[in-house]
Design a binder for this molecule. Structure first.
Ligand code: MCA
Ligand code: AMP
Length: 521
């Protein structure tokens, strides 16, 4: 059997291929027959470039149906798809291209000339472009070719995608996801959430992360269903299209923003059978307010780039607010103590899981396996949780130093490394502060070096913006005398967060936490 994920989806496509697969915000529709045709043409283009099974295809493009077809065409050809956030500036791209060594980079037309030297430097053999309307040199090349009919034969363990996640070391790591990893999670989610051919998913997430690319699109593809593809999340766009949708997925910020609109009510959500939230904690007050306004109980689930989804509240049965539900079918999940011993329900510990959805390791980092996995093959998530007696997991914190802002992960170390290099800064600490909209707000504390003149936070922020994607750049930067440290010399971020919170509440008499505090927004 061909384990190629595309082939597995194809077996589920509706027999009536004229049924809609995707409709863009413009109203243009692509049927399943057109999905086959488009991906066949792009696959022909990829083959004509000489790309071979296992080659990486990096894509830094805007969201569009053609961007999705590019991903599916890579699957068809047995290539490894590497999606990149368009917000990454050149400095961040440099790392990904050097590390992943893609054979092809597909970029936005407007950034092509700027990226040519970078692509040359990293020996990327081909550079094509694709714009938000699906036009560009990739489309031109694909349109001139006849569509391929076949799908490359793949083993289940062959890599299908490479997604970078940053880490506590500050150095991003490429999670290699195989056809088996993605296929097993797609099937399990389709069943758990009851996706059927007549479902219509309203898709407002980005296409460069697990949530928008895999969780959302794979459920649709695995069920032969349809989706309405918004170019980005915006409240008006979502409220306009919700009456045509049956399922909606989002990060908690989507729900917070929808609740701010008076148009969100029972009538606006009548056709929807399921609202799903994930990527960051859904606050109980958001869950309750949404229920009150619409009658819907949002289903919260939990996952990671490295493994797709691992737990979910149920479709039928109790959705427990504040929990991320029970392990999904086929996923073994345990909460362990510091020695790796499984803990009983009610005890807090580190969350680990194992299953066909779990990746086998990071790109070019085989030495990390012993650190990332237990001896019996459980992946160490870095999340802390507690199981209740019904088998529902509640996440209570993280071992890893991570901020989740609007559903996007920011590893403080990455920002601190850049701040520490800034002339005049002796050291820094980056923390997440509670934020009504984003969940957590990236906040920096910097200590000036002894010889430094006055630090100018807006200039520091402006410089960071040239080196980091905007969502990672601190929304606030405070100049402080010193950072609180424990006996081991480690910065006590919990103390910093407490002090910053007291200052924000106006409860503290002094600034955060030393001599002076300045914020920039
Ligand atoms: C944009 N900005 C942000 C964020 N997004 N700042 C902090 N946090 C963010 N998440 C900044 C931009 O840099 C810009 O800054 C300004 O906000 C406006 O940008 P814009 O693009 O207009 O923002 P937006 O449209 O309001 O975007 C917010 C958003 C978006 C809709 C919440 O970030 C989003 O779609 N988030 C979803 C992320 C996602 O899919 N996560 C799943 C990861 P400036 O003005 O200074 O330039 S997968 C995952 O986590 C696991 C596997 C899982 O379980 O799903
Ligand atoms: P990523 O690195 O983008 O794959 O993000 C994975 C991390 O997001 C997990 O390790 C969790 O810390 C967090 N996460 C995902 N879903 C949830 C959720 N429902 N509640 C709380 N945290 C979540």
């Amino acid at each position: 059997m061909n384990a190629n994920l595309y082939e597995q989806f194809r077996a589920r496509f509706p027999s009536d291929r004229s049924r809609t697969f995707v409709e863009a915000a413009s109203g243009t529709r692509w049927s399943y027959a057109e999905l086959e045709d488009e991906t066949g043409r792009i696959a022909a283009c990829l083959r004509s470039l000489g790309l071979r099974r296992g080659d990486r295809v990096a894509a830094q493009v805007e969201k569009s149906p053609r961007a999705l077809f590019l991903y599916l065409a890579c699957l068809r050809e047995g290539l490894v798809y590497l999606p990149l956030n368009p917000a990454y500036p050149e400095a961040e791209l440099d790392y990904f291209l050097r590390d992943a060594e893609p054979a092809l980079l597909v970029c936005r037309p407007k950034s092509q000339s700027g990226l040519e030297p970078l692509a040359r430097r990293h020996r990327v053999a081909a550079l094509l472009n694709l714009d938000d309307a699906g036009e560009g040199s990739l489309a031109d090349a694909a349109d001139s070719l006849s569509p391929l009919e076949d799908t490359a034969a793949c083993d289940a363990a062959d890599p299908a995608a490479l997604l970078y996640t940053s880490g506590t070391t500050g150095r991003p790591k490429g999670a290699v996801l195989s056809h088996r990893n993605l296929a097993s999670n797609a099937e399990v989610l389709k069943r758990a959430w009851g996706f059927a051919p007549d479902d219509v998913l309203l898709h407002a997430l980005p296409l460069f992360h697990t949530h928008g690319l895999f969780v959302a699109c794979h459920c649709v593809l695995a069920a032969g269903a349809a989706m309405l593809l918004l170019p980005r999340f915006d409240v008006d766009g979502v409220l306009r299209l919700l009456p045509r949708a049956t399922v909606f997925m989002g990060v908690p910020t989507f729900y917070v923003r929808l609740l701010q609109h008076p148009g969100l009510d029972e009538a606006a959500t009548r056709t929807v059978r399921l609202f799903i939230s994930g990527s960051a904690p859904l606050l109980p007050q958001t869950f309750e307010a949404f229920h009150e306004r619409t009658g819907h109980r949002i289903l919260e689930r939990y996952g990671m780039t490295e493994c797709g989804m691992v737990t979910s509240n149920p479709l039928e049965g109790a959705r427990k607010v504040g929990t991320v539900g029970a392990p999904l079918a086929g996923v073994a999940l345990r909460v362990v103590d510091g020695k790796g011993n499984a803990l009983p329900p009610g005890s807090t510990g580190a969350v680990e899981f194992r299953g066909p959805n779990v990746f086998s390791g990071y790109w070019k980092m085989p030495e990390r396996r012993a650190e990332d996995f237990s001896a019996d093959g459980f992946f160490r998530s870095g999340d802390l949780g507690v199981m209740d007696s019904d088998g529902y997991l509640t996440l209570v914190g993280r071992e890893k130093d991570l901020i989740i802002s609007g559903g996007l992960n920011v590893y403080p170390k990455e920002v601190e490394t850049l701040l520490d290099r800034y002339e005049g800064i002796a050291e820094s600490a980056v923390i997440g502060m509670p934020d009504d909209d984003l969940g957590e707000r990236v906040t920096a504390m910097v200590v000036p070096s002894a010889s430094a003149g006055e630090l100018h936070p807006p200039s520091i922020i402006a410089e960071l913006k040239t080196m980091l994607a905007g969502y990672k750049v601190p929304k606030e930067l405070h100049v402080v005398d010193e950072l609180p440290r424990n006996a081991m010399g480690k910065v006590q971020k919990n103390l910093l967060r407490d002090r910053a919170a007291r200052v924000a509440d106006g409860a503290a008499s002094g600034p955060v936490p030393g001599r002076e505090s300045r914020a920039v927004d």
